[in-house]
Design a protein around this ligand. Structure first.
Ligand code: F6R
Length: 611
């Protein structure tokens, strides 16, 4: 999604902006630009394409002297990706520049009003309206601060805004509503950014802006105001992520680095939450009485986080003996959900900024439900609006395709099931201890799989030429196949679908023909025989099968199937935690074989902050 960086201080702004934007590249973008104020003049350069183009065009920023500036990487929402629609947008007078993430919902109405007042627009974006409105109000009242206030009162929608005006070359304005924006306190100046990754090279002292807040930054400090223009004291956070953690650490791609980090990530997410064999959630504010009194349980999320929810539905229902609804956030929010006081909505999100998930959270909250979120990014919007937050502590995830966040989300959901089940009296001692021991053993078992990655690479070479792939499985294997299929399609661009094996015969099996690749998941051991009969069924129609099963079943599977990928066995409910690793590696190596842009797949963004 779009990225914002801004700087005001004693150093040249342009190189800092370009460097910050580079660290935000992973969010996905189609164009970029910077605006710098120097000698009471505003200089702007923006261009479609990779950041390298902008960097070259500005001679690494040297063409834009000045110590105040804003930068942006754009992911198109209004108007196609091109130089004109790229940010920053500049007002007609040429004195005001704006970068923006989010969507100004009433921009058409405002644009028409401004056109009637004689303004002309260059771009198709909603953002240009902000620049022109500021121009208009500044012209009217002669005070830029007041102009910013009037503009904020006039616009509806979601925004993170960075604003500069050539008449005030020593200050930057920042405003936020429903889009992430944070403030960085540095030695030689102060910063804004949409994501902490852009700033860690310059400062680790940050504050998260809240909805409705306006900040005025200068070299010497940052003043923050709430909606009523009352000064606000913000809590400062120290970011302890190492710069290395946000870089590739020797791997060819962030995705591979993050796959390899999973044993560490699972350990981080779970170790502190298991003490002397007992699950301890010191970060959960719910009392045992509140847990026992939970009414309905919903899990709400998007994409891979939703797939974690599908696994969670099977496991929570098994452990809690009650219905669990798993919903796509984008559907939940408009479904007039039957949710209210006493119900628990578990919201899952890596970024904590996914707009659909955020909207679903707000809908559920409005109706009185309690919100427990499982989130990776500390201080993100979803985390801040939840009643309880369980952080996954997976560290920054840079590759667009999620891996370690998926695994840690699932580990926390499993731990939560054990914890709730114990309190509700629905998990017996044996299941409790087996699950806890199983979770503790996951990192080592994952390492075993990761050590065999070249074997998976070889299989990937044999599969990379297929253009249609079906993932099949039953029960937890079906839940996992959803993620296996998404991983493959999003980074390799191979058409792939996930099916509950038993459902194939109701239509889809007609697509299976000679040579169709079917990836059959047979990890959920209670249903091994059923899985086997589905393998036979597709083979009879000519399918080429690659089967994923547990070590103990490998020989039996190999009697029928030429390509078998065995993995270590764990508790049946935990098996997807291990099963996802070879599926991630398979997708990774297939995409590698096909020469795809693995970390930044086409049309995708890391943090989806639009509807
Ligand atoms: C796929 C992927 C996406 C995200 C989805 C939700 O690899 O990463 O499907 O899972 O966009 O994002 P979060 O978890 O940030 O809410």
């Amino acid at each position: 999604m779009c990225g914002i960086v801004g700087f005001v201080g004693s150093e040249q702004a342009a190189p800092i902006l370009l460097d910050g934007l580079r660290r935000l590249e992973y969010r996905g973008y189609d164009s970029s630009g910077i605006a710098v104020c120097g000698d009471c003049e505003l200089r702007v350069k923006k261009v479609r394409g990779r950041l390298d183009v902008l960097s070259e065009l500005t001679h690494q920023g040297a063409d834009l002297p000045g110590t105040l500036g804003i930068g942006h990487t754009r992911w198109a929402t209004h108007g196609e990706p091109n130089d004109v629609n790229a940010h920053p947008h500049v007002s007609s007078s040429g004195r005001i520049a704006v970068v923006h993430n989010g969507i100004i919902e009433n921009y058409m109405e405002l644009k028409n009003q401004l056109i009637q007042k004689g303004y002309t627009f260059r771009s198709e974006t909603d953002t240009e309206v902000v620049a022109q409105l500021l121009d208009y109000y500044y012209d009217q009242c002669g005070d830029f601060f007041e102009a910013v206030m009037c503009m904020l009162n006039a616009v509806d929608g979601a925004y993170a805004l960075g604003i500069v005006c050539a008449d005030y070359p020593d200050r930057m304005y920042a405003a936020r509503k429903d889009a992430p924006l944070l403030l960085g306190y540095g030695e030689g100046g102060n910063y804004i950014a949409s994501d902490v990754t852009a700033l860690i090279r310059y400062t680790r002292d940050i504050a998260y802006m809240d909805d409705g807040e306006l900040a005025i930054l200068s070299a010497g400090g940052i003043r923050i105001y709430d909606r009523q223009m009352r000064p606000v004291e913000k809590e400062h956070h120290h970011v302890d992520w190492e710069i290395d953690a946000a870089e590739k650490g020797g791997y060819a791609h962030f995705m591979l680095k993050e796959i390899m980090e999973q044993p560490r990530a699972i350990r981080d997410a779970t170790a502190a939450r298991i003490q002397n064999g007992r699950v301890v959630f010191s970060d959960l504010n719910m009392t045992p009485e509140q847990i026992r009194a939970i009414g309905k349980i919903y899990i709400v999320a998007c994409g891979s986080s939703y797939h974690v929810g599908v696994v969670g539905k099977y496991n929570l229902e098994r452990m809690l003996r009650r219905n669990v609804e798993v919903c796509l956030a984008s559907e939940f929010r408009y479904s007039d959900p039957i949710v209210g006081e006493g119900d628990l909505v578990i919201v899952i999100s890596q970024s904590g900024e996914t707009l659909d998930t955020m909207a679903a959270l707000r809908e559920a909250k409005k109706r009185g439900a309690r919100i427990l979120s499982i989130v990776n990014v500390v201080g993100s919007s979803i985390a801040r609006e939840s009643d309880d937050v369980l952080y996954t502590w997976a560290g920054p995830e840079i590759a667009v395709a999620t891996t370690k966040a998926y695994s840690t989300q699932m580990a926390l959901l499993n731990l939560l099931g054990v914890y709730f089940g114990d309190i509700m009296g629905t998990v017996d001692y044996e299941t409790y201890t087996d699950m806890v021991r199983g979770i503790q053993a996951l990192p080592e078992q994952m390492e075993e799989i990761l050590l065999r990655r070249e074997e998976i690479h070889t299989l990937a070479q044999e599969c990379a030429h297929h253009e249609d792939v079906f993932f099949i499985g039953r029960n937890l294997d079906y839940a996992l196949s959803l993620e296996g299929s998404l991983k493959l399609k999003e980074i390799s661009y191979i058409h792939s679908e996930a099916y509950a094996s038993g459902e194939l015969k109701h239509g889809t099996i007609s697509l299976i023909e000679d040579g169709t690749l079917v990836i059959a998941l047979s990890l959920y051991d209670p249903l091994f025989d059923k899985a086997m009969s589905n393998v036979v069924e597709v083979q009879a129609r000519g399918a080429r099968v690659l089967a994923l099963t547990i070590d103990r079943r490998a020989a039996a599977m190999a009697e029928r199937v030429p390509m078998v990928l065995p993995i270590p066995e764990t508790e049946p409910m935990l098996q997807p935690q291990l099963g996802v690793v070879p599926l991630q590696l398979l997708a990774y190596y297939i995409a590698l074989e096909r020469g795809c842009d693995i970390d930044k797949p086409r049309n995708l963004a890391k943090s989806v902050t639009v509807e």
